[in-house]
Design a protein around this ligand. Structure first.
Ligand code: PLP
Ligand code: TYF
Length: 397
């Protein structure tokens, strides 16, 4: 039966973890996978999460099946975060939101629904994008292409190229956009540039799919979600996937969501019924624990305030590490302009290093980043920074 099965390639990022774990270099540093580590290099358990879990444990409940679209209070909390609690389109019941198995699950539910709706649509992702975007939409049955995004020479965004590609796209083309903290480059569009993208998407009849996996890691919860308001104001129908993996440090619980903005309450009810079919035929209904924790944190004022404080702490620590990395590289003799590092937003920095330089970082210094040149700034700390800066400076000379 399996004789003809070929070995699948490893995920380029998760595969790096295996290589890192097997490395015997005691000074090794993992800047590969997009995970936030605290100043001691530890994966944090947020206090708000621990408190919510303690409250749940103090009054343990049996675990029945959840509704297909998940915990109602959770879906409501997701909507509040993404669209703003006093959003007019929420009041008008124009948003269908379902609990999903991480941000990946939200993308997959949306992709499967879109495949039923518009099977011949082309999907456009950014060049480059999160590796899984291409694979996920391809496996959902779509042809996937890319629109220009990163401009290496400019150390920024090829905005004209992006706009030209979207203007040339056929009506119905699905456009996957990073709402904030672009993975892997760290370069985000300005609000004025977003205005132009929204206008183009609208004029060309494209289908926007916003992936928001890092809300709160750029400038703040509302600021990072501002692009959602711009799409709402346009009157367009659109998709938003949400992930709490990073913002709650709940990677393993798989907590996310999908929201679909529709034209009317009637359409929303129909769309929701179709999303539920996608979920039912894949895994019946979602798991309880992570979403219950997030729902309780977001809807309990004291826990919510604590979460916002802890999220701000992560955001500010990453920013401080960006500044410290630039200083350390300059001290180590790097003379090129490094201002791009502090212009980038979120967990990642496209360092501009070549695949060859990234491989040298691994083999000679035990510093693991992705061959694209992406490093996870959220994994830097006071202790590993000198090691990383010395290694980077050495391969940059
Ligand atoms: N989208 C982007 C851009 C990501 O970087 C990630 C990271 O993991 C995801 C989606 C998936 O999130 P999750 O781990 O919640 O599935
Ligand atoms: O880009 C990253 O590092 C994170 C984590 O298949 C990740 O988004 C990477 C690859 C993958 C799933 C998650």
């Amino acid at each position: 039966l399996f004789a003809a099965v070929e070995m699948a390639p490893r995920d380029p990022i998760l595969g790096l973890n295996e290589q890192f774990n097997a490395d015997t270099n005691p000074g090794k540093v993992n800047l590969g996978v997009g995970v936030y580590y605290d100043e001691n290099g530890k994966l944090p358990l947020l206090k708000c999460v621990a408190q919510a879990e303690a409250a749940l444990q103090a009054d343990p409940k049996a675990r029945g099946y959840l509704p297909i679209d998940g915990i109602a209070a959770y879906d409501k909390a997701v909507q509040g975060l993404v669209f703003g609690a006093d959003s007019a389109i929420l009041a008008a019941k124009r948003v269908a939101t379902v609990q999903a198995i991480g941000g990946t699950g939200g993308l997959k539910i949306g992709a499967d629904f879109l495949k039923r709706l518009n099977p011949n649509a082309l999907v456009l992702i950014s060049d480059p994008s999160w590796e899984n975007h291409r694979a996920l939409f391809t496996n959902a049955g779509f042809k996937v292409d890319a629109y220009p995004y990163y401009d290496a020479a400019k150390r920024g965004i090829n905005f004209d190229g992006m706009l030209t590609a979207l203007n040339a796209a056929q009506a119905g083309t699905i456009v996957v956009l990073h709402a904030c903290c672009h993975n892997p480059t760290g370069y985000d569009l300005t609000p004025a540039q977003w205005d132009q993208i929204v206008a183009t998407v609208k004029a060309r009849g494209l289908v926007p799919f916003l992936d928001m996996a890092y809300q709160g890691f750029g400038e703040g919860i509302a600021q990072d979600g501002a692009v959602i308001q711009q799409f709402v104001a346009s009157g367009l129908d659109f998709f938003v996937s949400t992930s709490f993996s990073k913002s709650f440090s709940l990677y393993g619980e798989r907590v996310g969501g999908l929201s679909v903005v529709c034209a009317t309450a009637e359409e929303t009810a129909k769309v929701l019924s179709q999303l539920k079919i996608v979920i039912r035929t894949n895994y019946s209904n979602p798991p309880t624990h992570g979403a219950q924790v997030v729902a309780n944190v977001l809807s309990t004022p004291a826990l919510r305030a604590l979460w916002e404080e802890e999220l701000a702490g992560m955001r500010l620590r990453i920013r401080a590490m960006r500044v410290a990395l630039v200083e350390a590289l300059q001290k180590a003799g790097v003379t090129q302009d490094l201002s791009f590092v502090t212009r980038q937003k979120g967990m990642f920095s496209y360092s501009g290093l070549s695949a060859e330089q990234m491989q040298r970082l691994r083999s000679e210094f035990g510093v693991y980043g992705v061959d694209s040149g992406r490093i996870c700034v959220a994994a830097l700390n006071e202790k590993n920074l000198p090691v990383v800066a010395a290694a980077m400076a050495a391969v940059m000379k």
